[in-house]
Design a protein around this ligand. Structure first.
Ligand code: FES
Length: 110
């Protein structure tokens, strides 16, 4: 199990969630009311699942693929720690991960 701590764009802790091995970070975020659209549902055709990885406890995340890096170039407010939440698979080697929403996150369903 991975503990996921979600912070808002201002750095305030918003939600703490427990994720099961094999869950995508995008799905965990959406199940816990985080403002990520994930418009393309993980097909790497948008960047609406952009998050900022603040910290990881346990095994480091694998680096982004070239395709993910290219999409992040179009993400609003992207920084060096930016990732696409649909590309992050959680597993038991990742004990905890802190995720911050980038400024300007939009969720049209709210
Ligand atoms: S949901 Fe579209 S790139 Fe992640």
């Amino acid at each position: 199990m991975t503990q996921v701590r979600f912070f808002d764009a201002d750095g305030r802790l918003d939600r703490v969630a427990d994720a099961q091995p094999g869950e995508r970070l995008l799905d965990v975020a959406q199940h816990h009311d985080q403002p990520l659209e994930g418009t393309c549902e993980g097909q790497m055709a948008c960047s609406t699942c952009h998050v900022i990885v603040q910290a990881v406890t346990g095994m480091p995340l694998p680096p982004p693929s070239e395709e993910e890096d290219d999409l992040l170039d179009f993400a609003y407010g992207a920084v060096r720690e930016s990732r696409l939440a649909c590309q992050i698979l959680l597993n038991d080697d990742i004990q905890a991960i802190d995720i911050r929403m980038p400024g300007g996150s939009v969720d049209a369903s709210r």
